[in-house]
Ligand binder design. Structure first.
Ligand code: DGT
Ligand code: CA
Ligand code: CA
Ligand code: ZN
Length: 582
């Protein structure tokens, strides 16, 4: 079932949001029609919903091109409804249907184990209309008495309701960036010092809430300013050391004001993660010390040892400084003890970005606009990898257009001062073949191969599919290896260890896709791949010149312990070119 929460249109991820919103509405229409025992129509709506949910392109763009009816399952009538939603934000037909059925399908559909048939039975036999009446019926033990339900189903429903109600609402890292910047900007003049901690500081792909720490001589003033910031919807708590607010987008933000002498230890505590903190405290105890958010103290007599800065605490614990991105109890404390921490790459090490789309496939900027923007950003190279293959986007490259595309890239190369790599992002088809022969692929600088279609295969079949492509074609980079979409789509079922080993054997770089909604590989995956001897290529997966600077790949590489030697983008140009030869 698709979620049709009434989220606000989010400009950072327009495509996903609109596509999912529309797919959700069409799915609910299918459910309602099914409840009304209308024949055939439900399947038509469901089919359209499914193809829209998996579109790799923004449905609004398809609409602008007048190509809605090219989407599988979308005919004239459904296209008209999509247009109404896109233009007015609503659909009269849907509103009318909802009134007719008297059942809150949107709400009941949030429960994973509840389909249209069950919803109908529950309504007809017990008059269940929404989550509340469902919960009441469960409490009274009425569900298990229904034919086709039983005790197990009732229990499962009860559990699923809890899951849905408690489902943590996590924000994407990229959504949090402007919020963090805005808070720091608003608060920085009100306090002596302010820093962000928590999962955001660790560069985690999604964040539950934001945690800030400040030092102030006047905590009252600080808290007053904090709770009066713009966009504050609700003040959950307002005290002298801690306040919590909810912003209008639903995000919770905590601020703690601490003493200057405690700033380092508090920062360390609130950056986390929890397991890292726990291990540090154990280590402190072994050294006859005790560590808390208030500082590092002698166990006996509680004499203060350190706390102003994180650096001095790590030092007193006998550890090298550990960057926040790798604080996860993933071996970093051991490495810091042995002075064997990786030297994490930084922004200045990254010389360019792979995997960029242009108007030659589903991008919004021309090749030249993209290359010029890359030059402005002081990149040393850019790699164009427009889509090649039948993935259901409206404008993939074909063999015929490929020639002109390559000519155009040559022209662009003459107009800009950075290296322009030619390439494609080509589909790994269901059977592990690619839609271009190896001989043609060899004529390109950078071949990225990715899975986009038939994504629900079993692990063994999917692993074979991917590995067979890696073994039989001159692929440079395996694109978005798990195909996950944060908060939306589970990773492919893949034996990643096997994929990593095959990449290593075949000299294929694993992509670290820095697109805000993908962030694929995850930091944990990068670390595991590195252990298998793999190397990485950082990409922006930009579909617009404005997205070139927004790649989050660097942060994932850091979370995955990657060093310069592991990351293609950090090498010299001649070395990069050599590494891409196949
Ligand atoms: P989030 O907000 O779910 O994305 O993740 P975090 O890591 O930001 O977690 P949060 O906001 O609950 O707490 C911030 C940090 O505070 C956390 O990373 C570690 C520290 N912390 C919180 N609760 C505990 C605890 O019970 N024990 C320890 N040792 N540290 C804690
Ligand atoms: Ca947090
Ligand atoms: Ca928190
Ligand atoms: Zn792709």
């Amino acid at each position: 079932m698709l979620l049709v929460a009434t989220y606000k249109y989010n400009p950072i991820f327009p495509s996903v949001m609109k596509n999912q919103l529309i797919a959700g509405i069409l799915n609910n229409i299918a459910d309602i029609l099914e409840l009304q025992e209308i024949q055939f129509k439900p399947q038509a709506y469901r089919k359209a919903a499914m193809s829209i949910a998996s579109l790799p392109e923004d449905i609004e763009d398809i609409y602008k091109k007048g190509e809605l009816e090219n989407i599988p399952g979308v005919g004239k009538h459904i296209a008209e409804k999509i247009i109404e939603i896109l233009e007015t934000g609503k659909l009269k037909y849907y509103e009318k249907l909802k009134k007719q059925v008297k059942i809150n399908v949107e709400e009941l559909n949030l429960i994973p184990s509840l389909g249209p048939k069950k919803i109908k039975t529950l309504y007809q036999k017990l008059g269940i209309k929404d989550l509340k009446s469902l919960q009441d019926a469960i409490k009274k033990g009425k569900i298990k008495e229904l034919e086709g339900f039983g005790e197990k189903t009732e229990q499962q429903l009860a559990e699923n309701i809890e899951v849905v109600k408690n489902r943590p609402k996590r924000f994407l890292y990229a959504q949090a960036i402007p919020i963090v910047n805005s808070i720091i900007k608003q608060m920085e003049k009100q306090v002596k010092n302010i820093e962000v901690a928590g999962s955001f500081r660790r560069g985690k792909e999604t964040v539950g809430d934001l945690d800030f720490l400040a030092v102030s001589a006047d905590p009252e003033k600080a808290m007053k300013a904090f709770t009066a910031m713009k966009d504050v919807k609700k003040v959950l708590a307002k005290g002298l050391t801690k306040s919590s607010i909810i912003l209008s987008n639903g995000m919770q933000v905590d601020l703690r004001v601490v003493k200057e002498k405690e700033f380092g230890s508090a920062l360390m505590y609130f950056i986390g993660n929890k397991q890292h903190n726990v291990e540090l405290r154990k280590l402190a105890l072994k050294k006859g010390l005790t560590l808390s958010e208030y500082g590092l103290f002698k166990l006996k007599g509680k004499k203060w040892v350190a706390g102003r800065t994180e650096e001095e605490i790590y030092q007193k614990l006998g550890l090298d400084y550990i960057e926040p991105e790798i604080r996860g109890n993933m071996g970093e404390i051991e490495a810091a003890l042995k002075k064997k921490l990786p030297t994490l790459i930084t922004k200045k090490d990254v010389k360019g970005q792979f995997h960029n789309h242009s108007t030659w496939s589903d991008g919004d900027s021309s090749l030249l606009e993209m290359a010029q923007r890359a030059e402005e950003l002081k990149m040393k190279f850019i790699s164009f990898n427009d889509h090649f293959g039948p993935i259901g986007i409206t404008n993939p490259l074909t063999e015929k257009r490929l020639k002109d595309y390559l000519k155009e890239i040559e022209k662009v190369q003459k107009k800009v001062g950075l290296k322009v790599f030619s390439g494609v992002e080509i589909d790994i088809l269901k059977d592990g073949t690619l839609p271009l022969p190896a001989s043609r692929l060899k004529q390109l600088d950078v071949v990225i191969a990715s899975v986009h279609i038939s994504t629900r295969m079993d692990s063994s079949v999917m692993t074979k599919r991917v590995c067979s492509a890696l073994e039989n074609y001159p692929i440079n980079i395996l694109g978005h290896p798990t195909d996950r979409l944060l908060n939306e789509r589970e990773p492919l079922r893949l034996n990643l260890e096997k994929v990593f080993q095959t990449c290593k054997q075949q000299d294929v770089f694993l992509e670290i896709n820095g697109s805000p909604r993908r962030m694929d590989l995850s930091g944990e995956n990068v670390q595991a791949a590195k252990k298998n001897g793999c190397s990485f290529a950082l990409s922006s997966d930009a579909h617009d010149a404005s997205q070139l600077s927004g790649s989050l790949a660097l942060q994932l590489a850091r979370r995955g312990w990657a060093e310069k030697k592991d990351v293609l983008n950090c090498w010299s140009l001649p070395k990069i070119e050599k590494a891409l030869e196949k």
